[in-house]
Ligand binder design. Structure first.
Ligand code: FUB
Length: 338
């Protein structure tokens, strides 16, 4: 949603909102939710006011740490488990701790997070704990071969773990072709295929890629790649992979058109076929989500900027139930009703 929303609009939108902020004592965004040890754990960004002017590079998103949140049930209290990781403790990272995710294997918990190095380039790091809420001990270096932002880790039924990642514009994905950076690289022209998120299987130790990242292709109903000019449907950032009735669902943000969309495939590497919108525009420029099954129901975790009065880098995490129809189609939701 544009930044021109007035205070009058905001109070009316707040009254019509389909869900309330999960926490109000700090600003939070980009919620990645999982059920670990029978409880709901949410791994969001921790938004702060850093005094950095708004720009298309996203420099005003200058987050420094992560808090983990726990709930016993979808309608239960939300517990702030405290600081799980701070940028000062990550040897390779300098600033901008953006959207994280977590995974568990063999009783250990792994927090995956993007941050900028001192050279201004994003990479993705991992930190380890024996507890879902941390604190997490960071690895000394970023994951080799990682780049860009928004890691999301999906554990498949056969025990394989895959990381999907990447975001254009401030997320720098447009600077990479075949996993190689060039400052001169930009988004493809409007009539060419859009850039896709990247996917890589994780190694057995969960701390490295087991393969070079591959680009995921998203196609339309006729099998044609979504084009870079198709801003209502093309991939922008915030990928999330989940499985429903044997199908892989890739959901993501369209960025400058502010939709959450999804596409499906019978293969985690794709190609994925575009299926539709999950959520229309929220208050605030960004929209970012996760999808999690909790006790047989499915939930969308997302954020908006209602609580801060529409300040786009001061957001609040929310959750709402998500439904599928008989064909596995996700029903589109409207965050403030219709
Ligand atoms: O929170 C910082 C960035 O904003 C995230 O990494 C993007 O997905 C967008 O939500």
């Amino acid at each position: 949603m544009s930044d021109e929303t007035t205070s009058l609009d905001l109070s009316s939108l707040a009254a019509r909102a389909i869900s309330k902020p999960l926490v109000t004592h700090i600003y939070t965004a980009d919620p990645s939710a999982h059920v670990f040890e029978g409880k709901i754990y949410i791994y969001p960004s921790h938004d702060i006011e850093g005094g950095v002017p708004f720009n298309d590079n996203g420099d005003h998103f200058c987050m420094e740490d992560y808090h983990v949140f726990r709930m016993d049930a979808p309608d239960g209290d939300v517990v702030d488990c405290g600081v799980a990781l701070h940028v000062n403790d990550v040897p390779w990272a300098e600033r901008q701790m953006w959207a994280p995710d977590a995974a568990t294997k063999d009783g250990r918990y792994y927090l995956y997070f993007p941050a900028k190095r001192s050279n201004g380039l994003f990479q993705i790091g991992v930190a380890v704990s024996d507890r879902p809420e941390g604190p997490f001990a960071p690895e000394p270096e970023a994951i080799a071969g990682s780049y860009s932002i928004d890691p999301a880790v999906f554990g498949d039924d056969d025990g394989a773990f895959y990381m999907v990642f990447g975001g254009i514009w401030g997320g720098q994905l447009q600077k990479y072709r075949n996993n190689t950076y060039a400052a001169s690289n930009e988004e493809p022209p409007a009539h060419e295929p859009a850039l896709g998120p990247r996917i890589a299987r994780l190694g057995a130790d969960m701390k490295q890629f087991a393969e070079s990242p591959r680009e995921i292709l998203i196609v339309d109903e006729d099998g044609q790649p979504l084009l870079a000019g198709d801003h209502d449907r093309r991939y922008f950032e915030g990928p999330w992979l989940h499985k429903y009735r044997g199908m892989y669902y890739l959901s993501y943000s369209t960025g400058d058109t502010h939709f959450l969309c999804y596409a499906t495939s019978d293969n985690p590497y794709g190609p994925f076929v575009y299926r539709g919108k999950i959520l229309t525009e929220v208050v605030g420029w960004t929209t970012h989500h996760s999808i999690c099954e909790i006790a047989g129901k499915w939930y969308l975790f997302y954020h908006d900027a209602i609580l801060s009065g529409g300040v786009t880098h001061l957001r609040s995490i929310k959750m709402t139930e998500l439904t599928y129809d008989a064909n596995g189609h996700i029903e589109c939701m409207h965050p403030y009703g219709r």
